[in-house]
Write a protein that binds this ligand. Sequence first.
Ligand SMILES: NC(=O)C1=CN([C@@H]2O[C@H](COP(=O)(O)OP(=O)(O)OC[C@H]3O[C@@H](n4cnc5c(N)ncnc54)[C@H](OP(=O)(O)O)[C@@H]3O)[C@@H](O)[C@H]2O)[C@@H](O)CC1
Ligand SMILES: Nc1ncnc2c1ncn2[C@@H]1O[C@H](COP(=O)(O)OP(=O)(O)O)[C@@H](O)[C@H]1O
Ligand SMILES: [K+]
Length: 531
Amino acid sequence: MRVVDINEMKEIEKVAIEEYGFTESLIIENVGTRGADFIEDSILEELDYVGEIVLLVGRGNNAADGLAISRNLVNRGHRVRAFILFPDDDQSSEEQQKQVHLAKSYGVRINEVKNINQVQSYFEETQDSYVVIDAVLGTGFKLPLSQYLFELFNCVNNSKSITIAVDIPSGITANIGAKSSVAISADFTLAIGLPKTGHYIDEGARHSGQVLTLDVGFPKALISGGDKALLTSDVIGHTFGARNKFAHKNTFGHTLVVGGSPGLTGACIMASNGALKVGTGLVTAATWKESYYELTGRSLPEVMTGLIPSSAKDKESIINELDRYDAVVIGPGLGVNETSRDIVIELLSQFAGPVVVDADAIKVLDLSKDSELLHTRKYPTIFTPHMGEFAKFTGASVDEVLQRPIDYLKEVVDRTNSCFIMKGPCSFLGFPNGNVFINYYPNDGMATGGSGDVLAGILGGLLAQNPLDRNQSGIFMDKTMLYQAICLGVGAHTVAGKIAAKKYGVRAMTATSIIEHLSDAFQELNEDDIY
Ligand SMILES: NC(=O)C1=CN([C@@H]2O[C@H](COP(=O)(O)OP(=O)(O)OC[C@H]3O[C@@H](n4cnc5c(N)ncnc54)[C@H](OP(=O)(O)O)[C@@H]3O)[C@@H](O)[C@H]2O)[C@@H](O)CC1
Ligand SMILES: Nc1ncnc2c1ncn2[C@@H]1O[C@H](COP(=O)(O)OP(=O)(O)O)[C@@H](O)[C@H]1O
Ligand SMILES: [K+]
């Protein structure tokens, strides 16, 4: 499913109107019927008792959409009370005024709000109001919020109602999901035509609840394509073909995981185990001399072990044998110091294959210093920073990145010619072909130490399985296979986390339980052959 920013949405609407003869009124009518279908079938149907549905009406086209939905609900036998929040305002859009008139004629009960106390006392006195439709502000919202709406939104958020936002929760900006003081906290958001980037970023993600997209009849040619999409199972699909039953272990590649300083060997172990459980043939974990015995003592027997040299010049170690490996993961628990930086640079320069750069390996690199090395690297480089690591790498603050995360992501991908996974409750995947995928599956069970290490291991394990054929000059041929493998890794990690949360609960699940459920995740993603 494509995701758009406001300029793209406006362009789609413009072309639909100018070239296809679609009209604003037709869109609003479609929102009205599709929105009412959804609310009736998926929300009202589940409730034992539906009292009066409350509609909050602003003065733009978002309000027009809400009114059209409500009119259709009344026509199907439901009771709706609409609070017109700006009754004396001559700035209401033409469509809003048209829809207020229609709503009245169809029997929507209209309350013109002169004072916010009217709405507050309604919420206090009415016990049977379970559903609120928020049609105050849509994509036309501009910060800041007035005191009047501040009080209203607090009042709605404090009620126990099920809240459905039309297009975007009121008070959230549609591009970057920002809010000023308060925004409507929705249980469901009905995105019109296509989801907007603001549904998935920061406060926008926290306030949107479940985002459902209403097909309101935009021509398919206009709503497909684009550079941003949700990561869904149809994107991940059958990324890898059937495995060869007559294969030997080398067919499935050899992953090297480099990390684990004293006290942090667990990170290296979890990454190695993640790599092992995605079908790679061999895994070697390499660590510093000081933590080597701890690593060998705690690793799975399947994992081979090796030593990180004490300096990048020391060729008597893994650095000397890099051609044994098909993919490298560097960083989990590696430690942040000059030697770590030397080793990371050496690996990126010497290794002729995909490198997953995670955690401490990201911390020792720097966009301005290292972009040339990264950009000229012939082989795939995949960075997996969380927001803090991403910001530090770029030299910006987390707040600055949050102001325009997708722009930052694209810029860094361009400057390094590397793939980036900006991790968080919602992760953004940026690829050098300009595509961005949004992995939206909030799961607080994943907010546990080590879940990022597991992801790095999964990616290294998948990339070792030669998703790309190298031609004789060593340049990878089919970049889309690389991107699909990364999407599969992120998807498998997310689904395994979802299954782990179901089994153990979000409190008791740990990073190890994500690894434990990779097999179920692959089955869910339709990857495993049954026989
Ligand atoms: N292609 C699509 O997706 C389609 C989308 N459609 C729908 O239209 C919606 C966009 O409609 P819209 O442009 O009329 O803006 P909307 O959000 O209703 O609000 C603007 C009003 O609010 C006001 N206002 C702004 N900030 C404020 C503040 N801080 N505090 C108080 N007021 C504030 C603003 O005032 P102004 O800035 O003009 O002074 C103006 O009066 C979109 O979300 C979707 O629902 C479909 O109908 C068509 C296809
Ligand atoms: N609330 C959340 N919902 C969904 N996924 C999350 C959430 N919090 C963290 N994650 C995921 O868990 C992983 C955490 O990675 P990271 O911050 O590097 O952790 P660590 O350093 O402990 O391994 C990332 O893949 C991230 O997307
Ligand atoms: K809204």
